[in-house]
Design a protein around this ligand. Structure first.
Ligand code: FES
Length: 106
């Protein structure tokens, strides 16, 4: 199974395995990753699953769709690498993905 590396605001890394097809948000919630809340359960309706995708992974992950971009406006401290983790679905080629969690959600 592919792995995701979550780096928190203090620089601590937590590595979790996730099945292909699950979202980065689902991996975070199942593994109690601090900093990801996901209040809407993955419906792209809350922006509390905001993460920063590591620069090296931006191209592989791809761009946010318009609905996600609209919802990101409600997230805290948006950056060019911001994504909603419920909108990133894991694939084998994303094995080793690195995302950072923000200092806080909305
Ligand atoms: Fe609500 Fe991602 S879980 S927008």
């Amino acid at each position: 199974m592919p792995k995701i590396n979550f780096i928190d605001v203090h620089g601590e890394t937590r590595t979790v395995e996730v099945e292909v097809g699950a979202t980065v948000m689902e991996a975070a919630i199942r593994n109690a990753i601090p900093g990801v809340e996901a209040e809407c359960g993955g419906a792209c309706a809350c922006a509390t699953c905001h993460v920063y995708v590591d620069e090296a992974w931006i191209d592989a992950v791809g761009q946010a769709q318009p609905m996600e971009e609209d919802m990101l406006d409600f997230a805290f401290d948006i950056r060019p690498t911001s994504r909603l983790s419920c909108q990133i679905r894991m694939r084998d080629d994303l094995d080793g993905l690195v995302v950072r969690t923000p200092a806080r959600q909305t």
